[in-house]
Design a protein around this ligand. Structure first.
Ligand code: AP5
Length: 218
């Protein structure tokens, strides 16, 4: 199962990526998570990426594509992967196609998560993340049992610096300008399927299971 999750910030790609990865035992490769790890560890990549991430801008294509291609060459990605947040520009999509061709590999399906902008803004500005295990919560939709504390490991929750209202608005603008054209790119290739990002997490998983079954991926 080789899947790409496409969609605006807050559409639920990361949340569903975790569910799919557990259910189908393929790695969940999130460029956002990889970059945030690099920032946390203070690596040269992290220092470079932070400047772009904090403004809600995209990290340069050549930096991100190199990381993803290296990750896809690891053994656990041989039988499949869930790519979350990559590709995000036409250049990234073309470079990914070229790299996969060399590896005699290919994407089975691109899932485009559709969601109204107002819901994305509400989800992102209310998101809280665990400092230790990175579990995601939402102050209204998925609240922790104890305010500000992770249900899973008991560590403190925090707000991602790029989830402030100003940065969220810029991320949505960047999505419209640079990522939305990928819908047409993958539609032309006949591998794009639009799904509703508004559905509740388990409802969406059920729908995706049907999509995979129809595409003979499970
Ligand atoms: P990244 O981490 O990829 O951020 P994003 O795409 O903006 O995605 P989000 O994590 O904000 O949203 P999501 O769709 O995953 O939703 P989630 O499931 O978390 O990237 C961050 C930055 O890194 C970028 O801005 C850029 O700078 C850089 N970057 C990353 N990839 C790059 C690339 N390829 N090229 C260049 N730069 C790159 O859910 C959001 C909230 O909603 C949560 O609170 C969650 O609990 C809640 N929620 C989720 N699903 C549901 C549901 N079904 N119902 C109710 N609530 C839900």
């Amino acid at each position: 199962m080789k899947i790409v999750l496409l969609g605006p910030p807050g559409a639920g790609k990361g949340t569903q990526g975790v569910v799919l990865s557990k259910s189908y035992k393929v790695p969940h490769i999130s460029t956002g998570d990889i970059l945030r790890d690099a920032v946390k560890n203070g690596t040269p990549l992290g220092k470079k990426a932070l400047v772009f991430m904090n403004k809600g801008e995209l990290v340069p294509d050549e930096v991100v594509t190199g990381i993803v291609v290296e990750r896809l060459n690891q053994k656990d990605a041989e039988s499949g992967y869930i790519l979350d947040g990559f590709p995000r520009t036409l250049r990234q999509a073309e470079d990914l196609d070229a790299a996969l061709k060399k590896m005699s590999n290919g994407i089975d399906l691109v899932l485009s998560f559709e969601i109204p902008e107002a819901i994305a803004i509400e989800r992102l500005t209310g998101r809280r993340v665990c400092k230790k295990c990175q579990a995601n919560f939402h102050i209204k939709n998925i609240p922790p049992k104890k305010e500000g504390i992770c249900d899973k490991c008991g560590a403190e929750l925090f707000q991602r610096p790029d989830d402030s209202i100003e940065t969220v608005k810029n991320r949505l603008k960047v999505y419209e300008g640079r990522t939305r054209p990928l819908i047409e790119y993958y539609t032309k290739k006949g591998i794009l399927k639009k799904v509703s990002g508004v559905l509740e997490v388990n409802e969406l998983f059920k729908e995706l299971r049907q999509v995979f079954s129809d595409a003979k991926l499970i």
